[in-house]
Design a protein around this ligand. Structure first.
Ligand SMILES: CSCC[C@@H](NC(=O)CCC(=O)O)C(=O)O
Ligand SMILES: [Mg+2]
Length: 366
């Protein structure tokens, strides 16, 4: 294929309810979408960077800038490309995995549409639907938390993930355990603790959690190694895992026993597949994480979650977990599961008038 150019499209999606984590509260999701135009097909990519660099160093306008000045011109200068040539072509540029991943995703969608191949098949998915977990934010009260969890369980979610931070950890977990019994339950700290909190975090051990996600800063691998020695609860890494190589290092060091795979964080779906393969080779359970994606990224994440090594329910929630109206056909939970898209490429496309309603600006890059 020949890449003619890329349309950047900024959209703003109001959340159905504020989503609070240890690094802040979101009321709406600003999203940067990419539409890759090639001589054969068009493809869509979703950049999962947040508006501010509070989850990882990337942020929306930084992604737009690096795409505008470096990444898109590098690819449009190529006579031919396909998805597997994107990462090598951009390798001389350090970092920016979310911007790179969004561009690769758009090229991959165009390529697979031209070939008539679903993303799930390209990645090696083995399931036609996937069990879905849900991420539950930090709430103003235990009662509010229990109401939220009750609603998600009633909706069919098979696993509950609670966001935690110092001052909101043991008590919410205890309350959910006491109210809802042996529901599959895990927590996510988004780097909010230090190794000095080890004894406090060990107070979560009696609650039989599936995992504790990213308790320490993303660059503190050795801290996670020491923490994993004193916790009974398995340690799962998210922000620390930036590539297949970093997954291999974290696993080999003993910094994690489970891996949250997020395609945007590792530079795209092809690298996410390699992270999956590293985990499978080490016998380490993996699951697909989420970044509040629209139906475009959600479609791709559900395909990833259908890989054989994704043995734990992912943060692949229904569209209405975050949005009253998605920009694609909504993903609707069926008995706690989502169907893997079967159409070519992502298998979904934005619905024009819905996309127009949330679009705040567009820019053509070539
Ligand atoms: C704004 S929070 C985004 C990162 C967070 N993601 C989730 O909690 C799941 C979000 C989702 O359901 O898409 C994580 O650290 O795992
Ligand atoms: Mg996380």
């Amino acid at each position: 294929m020949k890449l003619t150019g890329v349309e950047l499209r900024w959209i703003r999606m109001p959340l159905v309810a504020p989503f609070r984590t240890s690094f802040g509260t979101q009321e709406a999701r600003e999203v940067l979408l990419l539409r890759a135009v090639t001589d054969e097909e068009e493809g869509w990519g979703e950049c999962v960077a947040m508006s501010d660099p509070v989850y990882s160093p990337e942020y929306l306008e930084g992604c737009a800038d690096v795409l505008r000045r470096f990444f898109v011109p590098t690819l449009t200068a190529l006579d031919r490309l396909d998805a597997t040539t994107v990462a090598p072509a951009l390798r001389r540029f350090h970092g920016h995995p979310m911007a790179k991943g969004a561009l690769e995703m758009a090229v991959l969608d165009a390529e697979l549409r031209a070939r008539g191949v679903p993303l799930a098949r390209e990645l090696g998915a083995e399931h036609e639907d996937v069990p879905c977990g849900v991420s539950v934010g930090i709430m103003d009260s235990i009662d509010a938390l229990l109401d939220a969890v009750d609603g998600y369980l009633a909706a069919g979610y098979v696993r509950i993930k609670l966001k935690i931070e110092p001052g909101w950890d043991v008590e919410p977990v205890r309350a959910v355990r006491e109210r809802f019994g042996d529901v599959l339950l895990q927590v996510d700290a988004n780097t909010a603790y230090t190794l000095g909190d080890a004894r406090h975090l060990a107070r979560l051990d009696p609650f039989d959690l599936l995992l504790i996600e990213q308790p320490l800063p993303e660059d503190d691998l050795l801290g996670h190694v020491e923490l994993a020695k004193v916790l009974a609860t398995p340690v799962c890494l998210d922000e620390s895992i930036t590539s297949a190589r970093s997954a291999a290092a974290a696993i080999t060091l003993g910094a994690c026993q489970i891996v949250n795979i997020k395609p945007g964080r590792v530079g795209g779906y092809l690298e996410a597949r390699r992270v999956h393969d590293v985990c499978a080779a080490h016998g380490v359970p993996a699951w697909c994480g989420g970044m509040l994606e629209t139906g475009l990224g959600r479609a791709a994440n559900v395909a990833l979650a259908a890989l054989p090594g994704c043995t734990l329910p992912g943060d692949t929630s229904a569209s209405d977990r975050y949005y009253s109206t998605d920009i694609t056909e909504p993903f609707v939970l069926q008995d706690g599961r989502l169907p893997v898209p079967t159409g070519p490429g992502l298998g979904v496309r934005p619905i024009h008038h819905l996309l127009a309603e949330v679009t705040t600006s567009t820019e053509w890059l070539s």
